[in-house]
Design a protein around this ligand. Sequence first.
Ligand code: BDR
Ligand code: CA
Length: 326
Amino acid sequence: MQLKTTMTSHPPAVILDCDTGIDDSLALVYLAALHHAGEITLKAVTTTAGNVDAHQCALNSRHILNLLNLPEIPVAVGQPHPLIVELTTTPETHGDTGLGYYHAPTAGLELYPDWRELWRHNLTNTTHLIVTGPATNLATWLRGGTWPAHLTLMGGAYLYPGNTTPTAEWNSWVDPHAAKEVFAAAEASAPITVCSLGVTEQMLITPEILDTLIAELGTSRAVEFLPDALRFYFEFHQAQGEGYQAQIHDLLTCMIALGTIEVEHTDVSIDVEAESELLRGTTIADFKNHWGRPTSARLITNANIEQAHLELLRAIQVLAKHNTVR
Ligand code: BDR
Ligand code: CA
């Protein structure tokens, strides 16, 4: 296995585009810790409609960043609907407002008015754009904007069962046209790093791991929402037959994007079924190059999960050290 990137003297700039969401909230906690540690600069958070509506995702993200003592990082609402299909949200997976049994306040949260402006301003030729929700904002942006220097996407299931239909993963299913458009626009010179279910489902938080994290968090205000959010996610996974634990897709995706854990990958071209009802959101990787297209995706096939847990613990300890009580 190889680390994807080596750290340069400047902390990498990061934009997170998410649909917060319980596992997205852990991605935020992780990025907040790295930002506090000076290992990245979290420039902005933008939201897509997916787990809950885009406005609620933004309120959740804003509230979490405020709790983690980062009120200066702007959060903006992205596109309110998928490109073509109607929006479907998933309260059964993430709770009515996206954070399980925890609810962000409904008043007093200030959002940045224009997500495109945040991308325009912060997407430089070194920025990492990490997309952990449906690809709606990304596809919309790519219709006129520049291709991000480093682009990582959580989405799809490759030779692996879907979590939404037998063949489709949630993010790809919610906005299949956006996912299709993004992969159609991808070029070999700037491949998209793709984190799919076969890898992300391995990043499991159990009640025991959560207890350890909570104890390590000390006085960090992350303790205010993590237990209630994760209890809901544990129950959801148990109801799905996955056991009383939770798959933390989006957190693992951020670690992979930033090269903080070891991964294996294969270079492929990817396409997405957008029109058929039966196969909506099904993602296909051309492992044997039957299509003869240039490879434009770096499909992660394996990630060092043990390292990911250590990395999460390290991040949690950073948060505790930076004393996020306001
Ligand atoms: C993806 O779907 C969402 O529910 C999660 O937040 C994650 O991004 C996993 O399929
Ligand atoms: Ca997500």
